[in-house]
Design a protein around this ligand. Structure first.
Ligand code: BGP
Length: 496
């Protein structure tokens, strides 16, 4: 085992699941603030109101409706009294950042991925001037990181868009969002120059296809709107890269992709074709943002669907010239697909997981915990673009038990991480992949994005908070805390 000396070991979080501080310090409302909690079997909901009639209601977040309209006619996403919204307090990084950064500092983190809450900086999204109190909060956070020699990795938009942009412009399907995002991104890049070296523009940009409200603040779920939303985000991203290349050449801007290898359930050629098509549904996003151009297979798909982008020739020049500096991705496991539904039965887990693979284990939420996926993912993504890659999310959700003496014995997590780190080691040392770092997801317990639960925990640190929003918010070290500390201290050599 030997990881490069400058390998960025660490952990990852996102404001909408971790930060809390809802409406504090001049923060505006984000789309993610309108999400209720849910569970493994009951979908989270987005709440809405109709400003004309005063009517209120909600729709499942995993909207797979027949109609292209996510909300009823005339409705806008809104906060409704009496509903529970886990993001509003989450695990309260807003008031615990010093304690949390001290904990990750104690583990020896080299990098800490966090997202900035866009509406904390531009409360309505289209404001002319930023909110100074919001900027100040992140100044304090980054100063704290510096004390422990931790490099922040900042996601500019992690599943959140200021709600004003959704209500006024329909979210990212409107090209004006490119300018609003550019203003936001350049404001923070200038402000934190010298403090922040690594940014990701959009978390899991490819989730636009499946959950466009989360990924792009869209309430129009038509294929046309999703395609335009993605295009506008690509252009916005390229503009941020251009800004940095011209003004701050040391700052690196990465793409962030949700990626998992796709396996075939049988050796039927029809299954291989299905796996190819499933992979293309993800990879085209990286072909554009990291590779620099739309692949022909995607243009053909748009042609077949009658999609016409609102674009201009300069867009394509920008995409080509200012593609992402590196490619980061989340990878939790693999998915398995087949055309033979009768033999494979139905998949567990969520909608992107496909059918159950008898060769890999799953956790209580049905997620396949397949360590080989990291080596496969690293090879596919590195050799497709030849740019540095970074695993910015990986981990295992578990309903951890806090013992009476405040310990948590999460040997299942240690076991999962051990195998995944071995897989990364193979990618680096056997395959020659240029892997910049590894930030395990949810290093301090936080709210699950998919289910809104607290019980689906990922962290090295347990946070006392439950699914009803009760608990002291006290932090307790799990067994994996001490294990990961040792892993970092030995550069991945001691995984026992
Ligand atoms: C990714 C998201 C994260 C995170 C993670 C785990 O898709 O980028 O925000 O939440 O998945 O998913 P979950 O929270 O649903 O277990």
């Amino acid at each position: 085992m030997s990881f490069p000396k400058d390998f960025l070991w660490g952990g990852a979080t996102a404001a909408n699941q971790y930060e809390g501080g809802y409406l504090e310090g001049g923060k505006g409302i984000n789309t993610s603030d309108t999400l209720t909690n849910g569970s493994h079997t009951v979908s989270r909901r987005v709440t809405w109101k109709n400003p004309e009639t005063g009517e209120t209601g909600s729709v499942p977040m995993f909207f797979m409706g027949q109609s292209e309209h996510f909300l009823p006619e005339g409705a806008i996403p809104a906060i409704i009294e009496g509903e529970y919204y886990p993001s509003h307090i989450a695990t309260d990084f807003y008031h615990h950042y010093k304690e949390d950064i001290a904990l990750i500092g104690e583990m020896g983190f080299k990098a800490f991925r966090l997202s900035m809450n866009w509406a904390r900086i531009f409360p309505n999204g289209d404001d002319e001037f930023p909110n100074e109190e919001g900027l100040k909060f992140y100044d304090d956070v980054f100063d704290e990181c510096k004390k422990y020699g931790i490099e922040p990795l900042v996601t500019l938009s992690h599943y959140e868009t200021p709600i004003g942009l959704t209500i006024k412009y329909g979210g990212w399907k409107d090209r004006r969002c490119i300018d609003f995002f550019e203003r936001y991104a350049t404001t923070v890049i200038k402000r934190y120059a010298g403090k922040v070296k690594y940014y990701l523009t959009f978390n899991e940009i490819n989730i636009m296809s499946m959950m466009p409200y989360m990924a792009g603040g869209l309430i129009d779920f038509s294929n046309q709107a999703k395609a335009q939303g993605a295009h506008n985000q690509f252009v916005a991203s390229a503009k941020v890269v251009k800004f940095c290349h011209e003004n701050y050449p040391d700052i690196k801007i990465g793409q962030m992709l949700a990626y998992g290898p796709v396996y075939t359930y049988t050796c039927d050629p029809a299954d291989q074709i299905l796996a190819l098509e499933r992979s293309q549904e993800t990879l085209w996003y990286a072909d554009v943002q990291t590779g620099g151009h739309y692949p022909e297979y995607k243009l053909k798909d748009y042609e077949r669907k009658g999609i016409h982008l609102d674009d201009c020739p300069e867009d394509y020049e920008l995409l080509e010239k200012y593609s992402a500096d590196f490619l980061s991705f989340s990878c939790y496991g693999s998915s398995t697909v087949t055309t033979h539904k009768d033999i494979a039965g139905n998949g567990e887990g969520n909608f992107i997981m496909g059918v159950k693979n008898p060769y890999v284990k799953t956790n209580a939420w049905g997620w396949a915990t397949d360590p080989a996926c990291l080596r496969l993912a690293c090879n596919t993504l590195y050799y497709r673009y030849n740019k540095p890659i970074w695993i910015v999310e990986n981990g295992i959700g578990w309903n951890d038990e806090l013992e009476a003496d405040h310990t948590v014995h999460d040997d299942y997590r240690i076991d999962y991480l051990r195998q995944n780190i071995q897989s990364m080691d193979d990618a680096i040392n056997k395959d020659g992949v240029n892997l910049m770092g590894y930030t395990m997801w949810g290093c301090i317990d936080l709210v699950s994005a998919g289910t809104g639960e607290m019980r689906k925990r990922y962290g090295f640190v347990y946070v006392d908070r439950d699914d009803e929003g009760k608990g002291t918010l006290n932090r307790y070290k799990k067994d994996s805390f001490y294990w990961y500390k040792k892993v970092i201290a030995t550069q991945g050599e001691d995984l026992d």
